[in-house]
Design a protein around this ligand. Sequence first.
Ligand code: SAM
Length: 269
Amino acid sequence: MEWFIERHDGTGFMIRADKKLYEGGTFQKIEIYSTPLGKMLVLDGKIQFTERDEMMYHEMLVHVPMMMHPSPEKVLIIGGGDGGAAREALKHGPSSVTVVEIDAKVVEKCKEYVGIDNGALNDERVNIVYEDGIEFVKNCREHFDVVIVDGTDPNIFSSHIASKQFYEAAMGIADIMVTQSQSPFFQQDYFKAIVKNSAFLKNRRFYISYMPSYPSGLWSFMIAGDYELNEDEIKKRYEERKIKTRHYNAEMHMAAFALPNWMKEMLHD
Ligand code: SAM
């Protein structure tokens, strides 16, 4: 029996790898396995999702900012080559979703072996651009209602999209920006770097959710933009937009912004 283990600080998340469906890639090592939690994407040894839990991550990443915008017509996703974020963004009926992914192989192999995009990556409103996200936002002359950053664990190119320079450029073309900000428990150096690099952003907040197959299971997100909503308003928009989700709801949205004291301390340091 084969086991896949992702290690962090002397601990590990272990999952049975029943079958290796794909291994390859030139830009980064891409592995796709069949596991007890469904198909699983691994990039450079780090689990990106399993089919069973990916909705917990993608729904919280996407619906929190999309719901806060009164009319999210134009959406930009940086990273997200698996198509999970694009699938969720389309539920709000935008006119366009631009996905900027640095590695074309992730898109190709996720379509071929996984399919969590539910066809979103072939939707006529979705345009995929193969480029480094930082170059795209620096040269971009368009405005987006919502920018969603769905990047990988810290590495040489994902750190570009967690830099101050990136946040400045991204916020310059967006009403609302959200980024996943890793495990605040196991990846504190990276989390603190995001806190520091984004400190200048107006109305910046962090929120959390769970994601069983990620290090510690506790995941964080950073959002910036001038919109506030109460629970009743979120419920109303959810109904009006006829959204169906398995994890996200108005109560989860509000509760996600309640942070434990040890995280608040990291934010104030
Ligand atoms: N949900 C995942 C997580 O947090 O573990 C992220 C999944 S998604 C597959 C991440 C994608 O971001 C990868 O396909 C990777 O190639 C892409 N990516 C990383 N750095 C990037 C950059 N600088 N510009 C554009 N895409 C990038």
